[in-house]
Ligand binder design. Structure first.
Ligand SMILES: *Cc1c(COP(=O)(O)O)cnc(C)c1O
Length: 380
């Protein structure tokens, strides 16, 4: 097709051509590529749990006891008791009535949103919401409005103007935004969703395991679990495993089991994964020092970068440094690579034009000496 060649050439011209880099290994916060070692600031393995011995052991134990794959969807013969145990744990962890496991965060968002909403409904979505949320919205066929990032006035204007024209209304935000590393104003969002008779859905992909007294997320930190109908998150980031979940009421869980196509029409996750997810939730409870050190270090790096004049945003383990134009951002990223730091340059369409950035994803293994070296490298 002519279109394929044309679009690929366009990507090259825009310096947006994506390629896959073969990674030899990932360990202790480092990456190994072409026999070179880099500090890995691109991973979401925030707590380093993906290499935790207890998690690896759980996977090995399950693979010995069960099969390698369930080879069946949950509704056929894939629903091992392990899933029930994990879903009970999720419900407890998130202080909701029920939990449901999904095969990935992408599948969860696409399925949850498209099964909840349809043409007569309206969705209000933060402008910085993840691609999986946007795809779920598009698939749902609902009318949707994007409000400026964390802008409650803009959201309320839209609610005032549009809400009454539709049957059901859904508001969706991430609790920690993946590209800005900042928090959603959950308390005010709850007030608005109550005032305008809407359902609130939050994506805790980057918050689970890190925020809140028990590490369950920002919803816990703000004590709002009873006020938020749909709390989703992933096992693939701070929890160091794979898959995703939603915590909700029993009724909504039953609804998803009956109507959510990404849940129904996909093979159940492998037992090794489910068993490791079970252990990872325990580790979040048992090893709070990991999230404590992570957030301390993020605070430390943020301050040092600000001190040398960088435009740093956010308030989490994700530390974005706004650079501006694409070329300059890419050049910085390349220079850091030469000095042994693997830092992704984030560009459009992932972020808005002119707000290209270096996005430092901190990891439990990035101790202060490593961060000092990074700041030195950036200062030059
Ligand atoms: C990573 C991410 C997802 C997707 O989760 P996967 O398990 O990787 O498919 C969904 N939402 C947000 C905000 C994310 O950052």
């Amino acid at each position: 097709m002519e279109k394929i060649e044309r679009l690929l050439e366009e990507q090259i011209k825009l310096a947006r051509y994506r390629t896959l880099i073969p990674i030899q290994n990932q360990r202790n916060g480092f990456l190994y590529i072409d026999n070179k070692k880099y500090v890995d600031f691109s991973s979401n393995d925030y707590l380093g749990l993906s290499q935790h011995p207890a998690i690896k052991k759980a996977a090995i134990t399950a693979i010995k006891k069960f099969k390698n794959s369930t080879c069946s969807s949950r509704l056929l013969s894939g629903n091992l008791k392990l899933f029930c145990a994990l879903e009970e744990k999720i419900a407890n962890f998130k202080k909701k009535e029920a939990g449901l496991v999904f095969n990935s965060g992408y599948q969860a968002n696409v399925g949850i949103i498209s099964s909840l909403c349809s043409r007569d409904d309206v969705i209000f979505s933060d402008k910085l919401n993840h691609a999986s949320i946007i795809d779920g919205i598009i698939l749902s066929g609902a009318k949707f409005f994007r409000f400026r990032h964390n802008d409650l006035t803009h959201l309320e204007d839209l609610l005032k103007k549009e809400r009454h024209k539709f049957k059901n209304s859904l508001i969706i935000v991430e609790t920690i935004f993946s590209m800005d590393g900042d928090k959603a104003p959950l308390k005010q969002l709850v007030r608005l969703k109550e005032k305008y008779n809407s359902i609130l859905m939050v994506d805790e992909a980057h918050a689970t395991g890190i925020f809140g007294k028990n590490g369950t997320g920002v919803v816990e930190e703000e004590d709002l679990s009873s006020k938020i109908e749909i709390i989703m998150g992933t096992f693939s980031k701070a929890l160091g495993c794979f898959g995703a979940y939603v915590a909700c009421s029993k009724k909504i869980r039953e609804y998803f089991i009956n109507f959510c196509r990404s849940f129904i029409y996909s093979t159940a996750l492998p037992p090794a994964i489910i068993n490791s997810c079970l252990v990872s939730i325990e580790l979040i409870k048992k090893e709070p020092h990991r999230r404590k050190i992570l957030l301390e270090n993020a605070f430390y790096l943020r301050k040092k970068l600000k001190d040398i004049g960088f435009n740093v945003i956010g308030c989490s383990q994700i530390v974005p440094v706004i650079v501006g134009e694409e070329k300059e951002t890419i050049n910085l990223s390349i220079k850091l690579k030469e000095k042994g730091f693997w830092v992704p340059a984030i560009r459009p369409p992932t972020v808005l034009k002119g707000s290209c950035r270096l996005r430092f994803s901190l990891n439990y293994y990035h101790k202060k000496d490593i961060l000092d070296k990074l700041v030195d490298a950036l200062a030059h």
